[in-house]
Design a protein around this ligand. Sequence first.
Ligand code: PHE
Length: 337
Amino acid sequence: MKEKLQLIKSEALSAIAADNADLEQIRIKYLGKKGELTAVLRGMGALSPEERPIVGQIANEVRAQIEEAIAERSALLKQLELEKKLAEEKIDVTMPAAEMKVGMLHPLTKVQRTIEEIFIGMGFSIAEGPEVELDYYNFQALNIPENHPARDTQDTFYITDNILLRSQTSPVQVRTMEKQKPPIRVISPGRVYRSDAVDATHSPLFHQVEGLVVDKGVTMGDLKGMLETFAKTLFGENTRLRFRPHHFPFTEPSAEVDVSCFVCGGEGCRVCKNEGWIEILGAGMVHPFVLSNCGIDPEEYSGFAFGMGVERIAMKYYGIDDMRHLYENDVRFLEQF
Ligand code: PHE
């Protein structure tokens, strides 16, 4: 029996030490209820009373040795497995990082900021005014009295008889001249609203940049020079300007201003609709009534003003053929700028 126990022990220990040892199977085979060691212990009844404790002790030692060997081997295997896992999952810090999507400026914001920078470079500062405006600032102070036909061209969102969503940035001219005495050199970018139906070239909300210069001895020549610098900086050195006589109640004389097409240079193409010219803004010398409405003496001071549509310029600049793209916030469109 003792030999049998020694045999079980050496078999079990070599099974435990083998590669790919299945420790749980080994435990069941030798130590389990129907295991080999248990079988030996069961047979102990056949032994003499003197032998029984001796064999019992050996059996217990064998059991203890097998258990210990299993425990050690099991700990070792776990350790090896952990090391393997750590080696496999090691982070390679030299690997390129996963690409992260960064946001970008909206094309309208980009164009507006470009316009701002050009004028800031010419000594302008930025003025702001409310989008919910009084009739007085949007119309009356700009020499557009009640029932004046010029109101009809700006289908306006009224909030009360007296309060409206501004239909142009020109009211900021008045607000600026009320609080600031000449010399004045400001631009005022912002949203304006007109009750227009949405189509490829119209939106009830759009953006303008207003400009205003008031000082002693300001002339139409100054207006032309500044707008020329602006247009050449934005559209390229070869850009030419064309002033067409026009009427705005708050400027006199007034003009609509075109730039030579920056795509074809004036030959005629799809962008300028074969005209060679692209209209970009309205401008003129500040009307004496407007100056005196703001407490500035038109005998002493003169000024010019201009207003341009940001959408129009952005669309021409980037070759966008439908204004609705600018508001639909389709990332596939916006990503291109
Ligand atoms: N406010 C005018 C418009 O919206 C543009 C303009 C501004 C014209 C300043 C002259 C001077 O059409």
